[in-house]
Design a binder for this molecule. Structure first.
Ligand code: GDP
Ligand code: IMO
Ligand code: MG
Length: 429
């Protein structure tokens, strides 16, 4: 992929669908020419896959740029961090020869995901009629405590005695609630012990990251904001309540890091050449035959929970909306090779609801669930594209398909991915 990041360039990368668009792979490619990578929302509900040669990495909270030697990695204030889980991730990377000390910086303002958040997440998921299909990582309850102003933050780990006292009291209060609901309760001694150990080991990574980002910006470093999840999992603009609990859209990169909005130069949206979704909630272009076909190829199983992803045709109604709210300047389209064997490839160009044609998704999920896709069918190329390395060499039908996606969504496609490897990526003219 060409166009190395120029000095000082700040780019945001967002998922344009329901997550798992291949963000990790594209981040890894862009980081070849970028100095600093920043996660600004979400937690270890994310699973970003990067394949480097024969090695496969799945990153959950640590920015995917960590795999590029020497790059600086920041986990911003807008994230939620499970201290025990992030230490496991750090140790897993170190064991594979990836250095984190002096390269990974965690905001002291980021909120903590604690064991009781996971138990509450699981408890809520078990309630009849309330299932969201979460990753059960405690994300929703942790963000809930943040907004309710009863959460703990990373800087609390730097004052272990006060933290321990407050945490014990909080665990007792929560256990009383869980008992009343018949939900599993927190093991208080184990929680206090595990958190004390994690606090000690995480201390060297916890800093005030706003000042760090500011200084690096003044020094002319280039930045990439690594979006997690995707536009339709956004707490405001997604298919509420079947969403995650953070702002996954471009604006979240600024509130989640303290980086000023006027300093952002470009927004890159990542979309699959088709659509996938994990968990509950409406998905108008879902097509189970496509799902069976992709699962049969061993594709589209979740990187975090292993669940089979629901699959469907490219939904231009959603992606057009994603372009508008994120201000997407350009698209990277991944997994084009997933469509290689198909004769005909439908694209959802609009919805039909009660006899009316809709060009944007309705806000109510009850209405969205009743929308029928209006499909336009494109001719398949029936050729293996995974070895192709240039736009020119793509089959004419594949070029026509991609041109149509750019036209339907309103922004140019500048990057195409035809396989999980770094080298299986090229630019469009
Ligand atoms: P993310 O959460 O957006 O980073 O995406 P995931 O890592 O959860 O899921 C994307 C999956 O698609 C991973 O298994 C990637 O290795 C894989 N992938 C990314 N781009 C391509 C591509 O162009 N072709 C193929 N075959 N796989 C891809
Ligand atoms: P990446 O960054 C796909 C989904 C869950 C569920 C909903 C709420 O890898 O693209 P949560 O645990 O966040 O409360 O679950 O959001 N979800 C994702 N789906 N990719 C992700 O991340 C996701 N993170 C959360 O499946 O439907
Ligand atoms: Mg993923």
């Amino acid at each position: 992929m060409k166009s190395p990041a120029k000095k000082g360039l700040a780019q945001i990368l967002v998922g344009g669908q329901w997550g798992d668009e291949g963000k990790g792979k594209i981040i890894d490619v862009l980081m070849e020419h970028t100095d600093v990578v920043v996660r600004s929302q979400g937690g270890n509900n994310a699973g970003h896959t990067v394949e480097v040669g024969s090695e496969k990495f799945v990153l959950h909270l640590i920015p995917s740029g960590i795999l590029r030697p020497g790059r600086l990695c920041v986990i911003g204030n807008g994230t939620v961090i499970d201290p025990v889980s992030i230490l496991e991730e750090i140790r897993g990377l170190e064991a594979r020869g990836i250095k984190t000390k002096g390269r990974l910086f965690i905001s002291d303002r980021a909120h903590l995901v604690l064991p009781y958040h996971r138990l509450i997440d699981a408890g809520r998921e078990s309630q009849k009629g309330r299932k969201i299909g979460t990753t059960k990582r405690g994300i929703g309850p942790a963000y809930g405590d943040k907004i309710a102003r009863i959460g703990f933050r990373m800087h609390d780990l730097l004052d272990p005695d006060t933290f321990s006292t407050k945490l014990r009291a909080q665990c007792r209060a929560i256990n009383a609630d869980c008992r009343a609901r018949n939900w599993e309760q927190v093991n208080i001694p184990a929680t206090l012990r595990d958190l004390a150990a994690a606090a000690r080991d995480l201390q060297p990574y916890i800093v005030e990251t706003v000042d760090l980002l500011h200084r690096w910006r003044q020094a002319g470093k280039s930045f990439l904001f690594e979006g997690a999840q995707g536009t339709f999992l956004d707490i405001d603009f997604g298919t509420y309540p079947y969403v995650t609990s953070s702002n996954t859209t471009a604006a979240g990169a600024c509130t989640g890091s303290g980086f000023p909005p006027h300093a952002i130069d470009r927004v890159i949206g990542v979309v699959k050449a088709y659509t996938t979704r994990v968990g509950e909630g409406p998905m108008p272009s879902q097509d189970d035959a496509l799902g069976d076909y992709l699962h049969g190829l061993g594709r589209e199983f979740g990187a975090t929970t292993g669940r089979a992803r629901r699959c469907g045709w490219f939904d231009a109604v959603l992606v057009r909306f994603a372009r508008i709210i994120n201000g997407v300047d350009q698209w990277a389209v991944t997994n084009l090779d997933g469509l290689d064997a198909l004769d005909r490839i439908p694209v959802c160009v609009a919805y039909s609801l009660d006899g009316k044609r809709l060009n944007a998704p309705p806000s109510s999920i009850t209405d969205l669930a009743r929308c029928r896709p209006i499909l336009k069918t494109f001719k398949g190329w029936r050729r293996d594209t995974s070895g192709i390395r240039s736009w020119r060499k793509l089959p004419a039908e594949a070029r026509a398909y991609l041109d149509a996606l750019a036209h339907l969504t309103g922004s140019p496609i500048t990057t195409i991915s035809v396989g999980p490897g770094r080298e299986q990526t090229f630019s469009c003219p």
